[in-house]
Design a protein around this ligand. Sequence first.
Ligand SMILES: [Zn+2]
Length: 424
Amino acid sequence: MEIERQMAGMRRELLSGGCDRLIFNDFQKQLPALRAGKLYSLFRSMPKGRLMHAHIEATFDLRYILSLALSCPDTYVFTLPETHEFRYLQVAHKAWFEGGIIPAGWENLQQAVAARPLLKEEIFEACTASIEMIDEDIWPKFEAIFDRYKALNNYRPFFIKLYSKVLCEMAEEGIMGVDFRYISQTVFDEDGHRLSNDEYVDLVKEINAEVQKKYPWFKVNLIYSYYKGVPAETVPERLVYARHLLEKYPDVVLGFDMVGDEACGKDLDYYASVLREAGVPVIMHAGESVDPANGNIGTALQLGISRIGHGLNLYLHPEIESKVKETGVMLEVCPLSNQLLGYIPDLSLHPAAGYIKRGLNVTINSDDCAIFDTAYITDDLLAAYLCWNLSLADIKRCLLNSLQGDAALTSLFEEQWKAFENSL
Ligand SMILES: [Zn+2]
């Protein structure tokens, strides 16, 4: 096929003259140059299917968060060294503080930036991950980023603007819908009131309905999430909430996940009995690791999981890989996240290249795109194409996998794909 031949030619050219190493070893750093090229434009205009693995807070545009914060006189920045309570350069809206009282160490953001113009860029940098950040403390550093701006992006008026912007931009990038992992009871009102589990879902439904006026097919689903590493006895309460939401919003809420570092000292086995007892559908991060001793994928399969977040170390367990293939369990692969969190220093050695070639049910996703300063999905797709020697047909299959057999979406996708192929 002509488009296949032309794209492969563009790839050969991009990877020639030693550029392959630069692209394989630090994809994020090469993105500005890649984005200026023809192959990037093709990936950008390609129909995308659904985004199956993303964490809502980590998709909010950090520069937009800062511009919202700077247009509001009630936002603050913590400029003292880190304490057990606050992060250095953490930002917050006044309503986040107990009784609206600003503790010591917090400066008014507008005044602080007026006095020190570089501060805005410093906050942006402190909220962005890059390869230079990788060391044995990468996970605490990564989690600190979420803490840094959680008290701004969860301020309800900002949250609505950020969420709407994300959904519209995703639709413009060719994405047909998204399944968001989210942590509940984080959004707060002007008076500090925290939105309940139900209020949160109602709000997301409202935002989605507004976006659907322009992009009728664009649908948000939610995966209720909690943290890995917490004591098992704190999980059943969350599972009760999750079950309630699954019953009340069966068209929106899909299941339960536990997020965070899998090397936190508590593997999935530790939670297996509470998860099994609750009988709530589990859509779980598992195998986000290159440690052969991490057996979370095996445990997840025993829990009846239908989708696995990452599944990176599956190749170390061939008998489990056969089972994943046989049962058609979906792998939500996130290439750039895996590189930026230090699991796969050389992207050309990512095991998902093999998963795709061996016919597993793979989707390609971005995980935490705003923190990685990457696109909602385009950059990860391009990374997979450049680093894994995939064909365009392989890419298309991954995109179709994300539609999970939905007939209406598949026929819309095929129509868009035809137009894409004819665009050259
Ligand atoms: Zn994730």
